[in-house]
Write a protein of this length. Structure first.
Length: 309
């Protein structure tokens, strides 16, 4: 057997050593990458980006809520013979909307019918609530044509979004016998409209919590429920005073801004078309006050929610 040159032997050994080292590194790399390769190659799992994964994790902690709350005020038409017709009208509207938006959230809330005014609280999806606003707008337009006489001069008190839970377990109404009072408000001593609205909202939320004690009460709940908390009934003169504020939007004005396109010049940050974001994440409208709150903002303002029992 011919002897090999020592230089060739050393060269072959060096090549073999490099090959073994490279093979070991590749096998180590394969072992390190194996879990990721199995995950990516698995046909049963969908490939996702880091952003999608973060959004999915955020969604599991803070699921998107389809529940929103609308509160509006209005005058009762003086030509309305029976105030219970108001409850009948909205009850029929809810049934009709539920058939149309059969996959949407149902309606819960409270309708308080005063001798000359109403306060209506509604909890449902955006489609349902905006349908109610459109119905209110149509009522006012038909009122001018003397076709339907139910309510007048409706104003939106607040629109709250992304509620974690319902405050009301069903939709109730009550015809109140509160005597009508007309107080003369001194413009010098009068409170800001924001303070009055906050006080009314806090009172309504407390009344809603009180109703949770009577989950099986009839739709037109008895007077005994009110007799225990007379201080939680907003005075009618306060409602009358709020309706005088031009800052509160009518349903027609609110829907106009809602349906209008929003154009934001990139260099200015200003919104054209009537909409702009406010500091609380809602929408502010020029020349008008519209409290558009989110669940976190509402809770931070002392209007927290009560979990369903």
């Amino acid at each position: 057997m011919a002897s090999q040159d020592p230089g060739q032997v050393h060269s072959s050994l060096a090549t073999l050593l490099v090959f073994n080292v490279s093979g070991s590194a590749m096998r180590k790399s394969e072992r390190d990458m194996e879990p990721w390769e199995i995950t990516d190659a698995s046909p049963s799992e969908e490939k996702t980006s880091l952003l999608s994964q973060l959004l999915r994790e955020r969604g599991t902690k803070e699921p998107k809520s389809l529940l929103h709350r609308l509160i509006f005020l209005a005058k009762v038409s003086p030509h309305l013979a029976d105030k219970r017709d108001l409850a009948e009208h909205w009850e029929k509207l809810f049934v009709s909307l539920q058939h149309h938006y059969y996959q949407e959230e149902g309606v819960t809330g409270l309708l308080l019918i005063y001798p000359a005014h109403i306060v209506h609280i509604l909890e449902s999806s955006t489609d349902m609530l905006y349908s109610v606003l459109r119905d209110l707008r149509d009522i006012e337009q038909q009122q001018q044509q003397q076709q339907r006489e139910l309510v007048l001069d409706a104003k939106i008190l607040v629109m709250s979004h992304n509620l974690p839970s319902r405050l009301f377990q069903q939709w109730n109404y009550k015809v109140l016998s509160t005597p009508e009072r007309h107080l003369s408000y001194d413009s010098v001593r009068e409170e800001p409209v924001e303070a009055i609205i906050h006080e009314c909202l806090a009172t309504l939320m407390k009344f809603g919590k009180h109703l949770l004690k009577y989950p099986k009460s009839p739709q037109n709940f008895p007077d005994t429920i009110l007799a225990k908390v007379p201080e939680l009934i907003i005075p009618q003169d306060t409602i009358c005073h709020l309706l005088e504020f031009q800052e509160l939007l009518t349903p027609a004005q609110y829907l106009h801004y809602y349906d209008s396109p929003m154009d934001i010049p990139m260099d200015s940050g200003r919104g054209w078309g009537g909409q702009a974001e406010d500091g609380a994440g809602g929408q502010a409208f020029p020349g008008a006050l519209c409290l558009c709150m989110f669940g976190e903002a509402e809770e931070g303002a002392g209007l927290g929610h009560v979990p369903a029992p």
